[in-house]
Design a protein around this ligand. Structure first.
Ligand SMILES: Cc1cc2nc3c(=O)[nH]c(=O)nc-3n(C[C@H](O)[C@H](O)[C@H](O)COP(=O)(O)OP(=O)(O)OC[C@H]3O[C@@H](n4cnc5c(N)ncnc54)[C@H](O)[C@@H]3O)c2cc1C
Length: 331
């Protein structure tokens, strides 16, 4: 029997968020193996254009819920529109990117179906009628393979970068359907009083395509700024990331930290300079398509993760590499 997969789309500044598009990429893959459809749900206020974008990005049908009380996310508001949709569509799976919103919302919805959420998944295989999901608990020291054997719907969140959105088609002829919304303020137990932008956040590393990251091996704030800045500029303004000691030493604000207590990134290219490759850093970069490591210690663990490794002193290598990149980009 054909089985559908539903993705709950998050959006920001009028666009679907990348973790949601990555979930859509997996939804299409699973739906194809089940002979079903990749469906999507968008809730908000004035989200028709976002729904159309998701339909042209690979969703077969996008259901959107438009209401001023959905303009700000609240768990009750979203649950009150999603639960009936899931009951109506009876999808086999409901997927979201592993974001703060998903961690708040999806257990609330899944509890209404007496179902668990398999969270932060990094891989999915179809085994006959079953989907086997992989998670990496304890900072990726273990791999847990999980098959939810309960009745559908099943619920899962997906680690950023684990299911590349590049697999989505450039154009798709999906349909869009607006669903009615029956909401009133007394049905929402949480009210958003004010939304404040976090101060000083200039870089969203999770959506960066190229990241140059520096570590303690650069020796000082000045060397960090000089060498990492030079390389990032040569690459046309790459985003700048850091390991934790860089942040702890106040060479950069915490926004730039990558790893288990920082951001999880999935760029096309990650270059790590003077970073040893401790597991707490590495779990944040494994979604990168290409990893380049520059380290003077040939036995540094980062080389086990790297697509390309360069052994040598960053102070000598980085200016030469930056110059070669700049020349190559000019010609
Ligand atoms: C609960 C917990 C959470 C953590 N969360 C994070 C996290 O989110 N992100 C994170 O990054 N870390 C995190 N850490 C810290 C982590 O364990 C490591 O201590 C940290 O990642 C090491 O940073 P580093 O590689 O910059 O420094 P180091 O481990 O000191 O490595 C420096 C590297 O630079 C190389 N080097 C030195 N000089 C040069 C040179 N001139 N040229 C080239 N290479 C050179 C050295 O060979 C070495 O490999 C966490 C730790 C804990 C306990």
């Amino acid at each position: 029997m054909a089985k559908d997969v539903l993705v709950v789309i998050e959006h920001e500044n009028g666009s679907p968020r990348r973790p949601s598009l990555e979930a859509l990429a997996l939804a299409r893959r699973l739906a194809a193996s089940f002979g079903g459809r990749a469906l999507a749900a968008v809730a908000g206020h004035g989200v028709g254009d976002i729904a159309r974008r998701v339909a042209s990005s690979g969703a077969d049908t996008v259901y959107h819920f438009d209401h001023e009380l959905l303009g700000q996310y609240t768990p009750d508001g979203y649950r009150l529109v999603l639960e009936p949709l899931v009951r109506d569509l009876s999808p086999e799976w409901v997927l979201m990117g592993h974001t703060y919103l998903a961690q708040d919302l999806l257990p609330l919805v899944s509890a209404r179906f007496d179902a668990p959420v398999v969270s932060d998944c990094v891989d999915a295989e179809v085994d006959g009628e079953t989907v086997v999901l992989s998670r990496q608990p304890y900072d990726a020291k273990l791999v847990a393979r999980i098959a939810d054997r309960g009745p559908a719907p099943h619920f899962a969140t997906l680690q950023s970068g684990a299911f590349p959105a590049d697999e989505l088609p450039d154009a798709h002829d999906g349909t869009v359907e607006q669903r009615p919304v029956d909401l009133s303020p007394d049905r929402l137990r949480r009210k958003v009083l004010e939304v404040r932008q976090a101060g000083g956040r200039t870089v969203d590393l999770t959506s960066a395509e190229i990241i140059v990251a520096g570590g303690r091996g650069l020796g000082s704030k000045e060397k960090f700024q000089q060498l990492i800045g030079q390389l990032a500029e040569a690459l046309g303004g790459a985003a700048i990331g850091a390991s934790r000691p860089v942040v702890d030493n106040d060479w950069l604000p915490h926004d730039h930290q990558i790893g288990s207590s920082g951001q999880t990134v999935s760029p096309k290219l990650y270059i790590g300079v003077g970073i040893s490759g401790a597991i707490q850093h590495v779990v944040g970069i494994r979604g990168s398509q290409v990893i380049v490591a520059i380290n003077k210690d040939k036995d540094a663990p980062i080389f086990n993760e790297a697509t390309y490794g360069v052994v040598g002193d960053a102070e000598e290598l980085v200016p030469a590499i930056a110059q070669a990149i700049a020349e190559a980009r000019q010609s």
